[in-house]
Design a protein around this ligand. Structure first.
Ligand code: SF4
Length: 694
């Protein structure tokens, strides 16, 4: 897979796994990748890496890769290898046929956080300018869309407030719903270094993650709350800070909306939101909550880091706003060492969101109903653009089942495996007349496709990824595209086939256009990236190198916005039939549904997902360590092996979701975030019983 031998040349590029965005030198011999060497001048990683970025590259040359375009009349027919011209001509004629028969809004697309900014930008341009609607969504819908809603509402833009270096100035680090050691390993190392230097740690998580107790690091407080009760917990912390007078009054008066603050302060001060009252909901000792609140409010620079354990809930957006409230009430915004920092999952989830791939927003998070913004794009693209938001991913499946949505173009995402309520997704895909899948592999979604366009790995293209600290990193072509085209070229060719005038000769020209139409990307160009190495948006003429810390002096929206965050219990309830709560997460060596990492040598470290269960719960059910167990929920069932551990509390079980055999999404519910439809992956009521295996 990775050849051993002396390299002849090297190319600096960016890891395509997680949102840390580590830089690597890809050392090459001709077109063969010899090894990946962490790049010491990479600003996100400073010469460090993890086992994915360094070793999990075998998928790029794996025998499963499809290198020729394929079409078939329906998904029930046999695939037929065809030329690029025939595949793209077939796809374009079907799009036109469907729109002529069912209307402009009957087709749409889903862009990928695995692809570059330039590629995502082209897909949304294809939809808005070519398809003539706003039916564009991105896989961020199922992970960080509540971050978009929550941080925009509170601060005025959807992004982490700090750079990674900022952690070196933190005195108190609060981690909620994230497991940096496994999910963001290189940043976790920097966090641990700061903790070893004396910073204090608070962990809010149902599971005792590695950070709680690891060599030379021990959390001051671990609050092991019941899954689904984040809002109640954050409000209880705020209650202590407000009622004990631990607020940053000057900051609140100068920087925040005073009326909104007063309403919120009245709300959180109510006795029903005290740690003692809320303990019935969260299951956490009120004394621990009080101590944690005091530490965060008075311990110096307080920084909050969070992950999908915050967003993938029916109150995901509410929790993000509750986190923002906590940072504002303590004045922990707008300087180094503080802030609110979503740990983005995929390599370019920040970028995919920045690039206008939500159905309601153009690049830079500007709503499609804004006339001034629409006019910018209309005059550049010479088309009329809808002022109504398009369909979100779950609504696309609803509309497909209803018969009003007929054609879908999916760029680099296995929606059947990664989206919730698998039965509904497959019913939606089954009802389509056209499904175009552009991917490296024939994934589960491709089983329903009638056009397959072979995509390119990150090693085969030029472009940029934007990491979790808003850093725009260059991705550089290391080898030629194995299927003949990079993903941006495939989208461009499809656009040309449907009659669009799209003729970029290099991704740098796409970035020039992005920069022209997006204020936060002003002046960003490949020339600037060559000079600076990387930049952090927002960039402008005054700060061409970008902005490491946001909201200094003033929030992007003007005054910081306190939002009343009422706790509403999820509709997913435990009961006699399903008495346990399942929550999910990742492991270091694997990545998401494993499409890439399972096709690398990393699989030797983790070849199956395991169900963590407390020994007490296991004993009650006659389950021993290593036994197969059947996991049942109201939605479905699956089987996996049990791992007995007290990392999880009594009443809670936990698994990873990297292997298709596990099919965790068969058992998750169809509940979702009230504001963004982000699925509630993190709370499922289940029962387990001994089994003989799948
Ligand atoms: Fe890649 Fe993330 Fe590992 Fe860095 S920490 S090497 S970006 S997977």
């Amino acid at each position: 897979v990775i050849q051993i031998g002396l390299p002849e040349h090297s190319v600096v590029t960016t890891c395509a796994y997680c949102g840390v965005g580590c830089s690597f030198k890809a050392e090459m011999r001709g077109e063969e990748l010899v090894r990946m060497v962490p790049y010491k001048d990479g600003k996100a990683n400073r010469g460090h890496s993890c086992v994915k970025g360094r070793f999990a590259l075998g998928y790029a040359t794996h025998k499963d890769r499809i290198l020729k375009p394929m079409i078939r009349a329906t998904y029930k027919d046999e695939w037929r290898e065809v030329s690029w011209d025939e595949a793209l001509g077939f796809a374009a004629s079907k799009i036109k046929e469907i729109q002529a028969k069912y209307g402009r809004g009957s087709v749409g697309a889903i862009s990928s956080s695995r692809c570059t900014n330039e590629e995502v930008y082209l897909v949304q341009k294809l939809v808005r300018a070519g398809f003539g609607n706003n039916n564009i969504d991105t896989c961020a819908r199922v992970c960080h869309s509540p971050t978009g809603y929550g941080l925009s509402t509170a601060f005025g833009t959807s992004a982490g407030t700090q750079d990674f270096d900022s952690v070196e100035n933190s005195d108190v680090i609060l981690v909620i719903g994230a497991n940096p050691t496994d999910g963001h390993p290189v940043f976790a190392s920097r966090m641990k270094k700061r903790l070893r230097e004396g910073a204090k740690l608070i962990v809010i998580d149902p599971r005792r993650i590695d950070l709680v107790r690891t060599p030379h690091v021990e959390a001051e407080y671990h609050l092991p709350l019941t899954p689904g009760t984040n809002v109640a917990m954050m409000t209880a912390l705020a209650h202590v800070i407000v009622t004990e007078g631990l607020m940053a009054e000057e900051f609140i008066r100068d920087r925040c909306d005073w009326e909104a603050f007063q309403d919120w302060a009245t709300f959180v001060s109510d006795e029903s939101r005290s740690p003692e009252a809320v303990a019935k909901i969260t299951g956490v000792d009120p004394d621990l909550v009080r101590k944690a609140a005091r530490l965060y409010a008075t311990g110096g620079n307080g920084a909050i880091y969070y992950g999908l354990g915050v967003t993938e809930h029916s109150q995901g957006s509410t929790t993000v706003m509750a986190i923002a409230n906590l940072a504002m009430v303590t004045g922990n915004i707008g300087r180094r060492g503080v802030g609110v920092n979503p740990l983005r999952g995929q390599n370019n989830v920040q970028g995919a969101c920045d690039m206008g791939s939500f159905p309601h927003e153009f690049t830079g998070y500007r709503h499609v109903s804004r006339d001034d913004v629409r006019e910018t794009f209309e005059s550049l693209w010479k088309v009329k653009i809808d002022n109504e938001p398009g369909l979100r991913i779950p609504n696309m499946f609803d509309a497909a089942v209803d018969g009003t949505f007929k054609g879908l173009y999916v760029q680099g995402e296995d929606i059947l495996q990664s989206d919730p309520d698998t039965k509904h997704v497959s019913a939606g895909l089954d009802a389509l007349e056209l499904l175009i899948v552009q991917d490296l592999f024939l994934n589960e979604t491709a089983n329903y496709a009638n056009v397959f366009l072979p995509g390119s790995s990150f090693l085969e293209k030029d472009g940029t990824f934007t990491n979790a600290e808003r850093r725009i990193n260059r991705v550089r072509k290391v080898m030629s595209p194995k299927s003949g085209y990079a993903d941006w070229e495939i989208t461009q060719r499809l656009a040309q086939e449907i009659g669009m005038d799209m003729n970029y000769s290099h991704p740098s020209e796409i970035m020039d256009e992005i920069s022209k139409v997006t204020p936060t990307f002003a002046n960003v160009s490949y020339a600037l990236l060559e000079k600076e190495g990387s930049v952090q948006w927002p960039c402008n003429e005054e700060h061409p190198e970008g902005t490491p810390t946001m909201h200094i002096g003033e929030f992007m929206r003007g005054k910081g916005n306190f939002v009343v965050t009422e706790y509403v219990a999820t509709d997913e309830r435990t009961g006699p039939r399903f008495p346990l709560l399942l929550t999910t997460g990742r492991i270091l060596s694997q990545y998401n549904v494993g499409a890439q990492t399972r096709r690398t040598d990393n699989v030797v470290w983790h070849d199956q997902d395991l169900l963590e269960i407390h020994p007490h719960d296991a004993e009650m059910r006659g389950v021993r360590d290593g036994d197969w167990v059947k996991l049942d929920s109201r939605a479905g069932s699956t089987s996996l092996r049990a791992k007995l551990t007290d990392r999880v509390a009594v009443g809670v079980v936990y698994t990873t979701f990297h292997h298709p055999m596990t099919q965790v999404n068969v058992i998750t519910t169809d509940f979702s975030d009230w504001a963004t439809n982000c699925p509630e992956y993190k709370v499922t009521a289940v029962q387990i019983s001994p089994s003989n295996g799948p």
